[in-house]
Design a protein around this ligand. Sequence first.
Ligand code: IPE
Ligand code: IPE
Ligand code: MG
Length: 243
Amino acid sequence: MMTSAPMPRHVAIVMDGNGRWAARRHMPRSFGHEQGVEALVRTVRACVVRGIPYLTVFAFSSENWKRPEEEVSGLMNLVLVAVSRYVRRLAEEGVRICIVGDRSRVSEKVRASWQEAEDATRHNSRLVLSVAFNYGGRWDMVQACRRLIEEGVSPEQVDEATVARYMALHHAPDPDLFIRTGGELRISNFLLWQAAYSELYFTDCLWPDFDEAELDRALAAYAARERRFGDVRPAVEPAPQAA
Ligand code: IPE
Ligand code: IPE
Ligand code: MG
């Protein structure tokens, strides 16, 4: 009997390595970020074609404000350019865009741009693209706690399922496959709660070089993993959820 390889329902990616990609070409880091947007659009399409329903990408971390002012403002401008250049086409392809992260610190312009992306794609469901922007896993836990308390949830009501409902990615199942490009072997404060049982995949490929072949390599590695979730026997997909 033919059995198809297990496919992740949710892929999360730390899109790292834009700066080094540009430096190797004696180009400014901003050029690496621009090419990073192209790699993102390619990856979204590749996931749509493969029937992966959830993709979450780390675009700007709570800690990335430490970078030189010029780089930060360049990244903010790139949001405006990327939204105006790609959102309409992605909307036509059935992509829904959700922004996760702290919007209070970003400019009115960037906030409006994200709102436009969400509004233009709200009715779609083929692939949910969550863009983590001014996001941090620790921020996510803190904002969930705050909102729980504000809404008067009592201590007895606080369990994993309740907390999960307040986390920024409550609209998606936990990521099955967590990819980091750029060669670093760390999480860098991405999905701390949600990645509890994700399969981790690290590649030296720098993000602007990421393409369908790289994605397929990660998917093949995922298909070869045995997920147990604490049991001694392999689990039957999909992963158990807290929510
Ligand atoms: C990732 O690439 C993009 C962002 C963090 C915004 P980097 O800018 O971190 O690239 P490297 O790691 O310096 O090569
Ligand atoms: C992680 O990359 C954040 C994003 C890709 C948006 P960084 O380049 O900021 O991570 P560190 O500083 O190497 O840990
Ligand atoms: Mg980096």
